[in-house]
Every structure is written in C-alpha cells, then in structure tokens.
Write a protein that binds this ligand. Structure first.
Ligand SMILES: [Zn+2]
Length: 78
C-alpha cells in the first residue's frame, strides 16, 4: 500500500459522508478509477455500511463509516 493510497483512505469516510470538498472528491474518484486496491476498499465499505443501515436504527453505532473504515485500515495497514 503506497502513501497515496493511505491518503485516499484517510479521506474516504469524509468522501462517503459527502463532507469532502469538490477538489477532494475529484482526487478520490480519479484514484479509485485507477487503483484496484482502493476501489476494493471502497466497495467493501459501501456494502458493509449498506448492510449495517438495514439493521434497526438503535443498533447502528455513531460514526459508522469512520469505525468501519478504521477496522479496514487496521487490516490493510498492518
Ligand atoms: Zn490506492
């Protein structure tokens, strides 16, 4: 995993929350388009979050995206 991927993954939760700036969105989208690894991470993140959102509301932890992403990062960056 290179430095650029790490940066992209750092921004991914903001991006998915819609909190990223327009410029950042473009950077993330461009990178996802050319990097399989990051695309896989984003896909799994999406699927996981969608799955969790189908649970009853009270079972969804706060900062769901961030905690899922943190778990993924622990797996990827060890
Ligand atoms: Zn990447």
């Amino acid at each position: 995993m290179d430095e650029k991927c790490k940066k992209i993954l750092e921004c991914l939760s903001d991006y998915m929350d819609g909190e990223a700036s327009e410029e950042l969105c473009k950077t993330v989208e461009r990178h996802i388009g050319e990097c399989n690894e990051c695309r896989c991470v984003m896909e799994s993140l999406k699927v996981t979050i969608e799955m969790l959102h189908s649970l009853p509301e009270e079972k969804i932890p706060e900062n769901l995206e961030k905690s899922v992403l943190n778990k993924l990062k622990k797996i990827l960056f060890k």
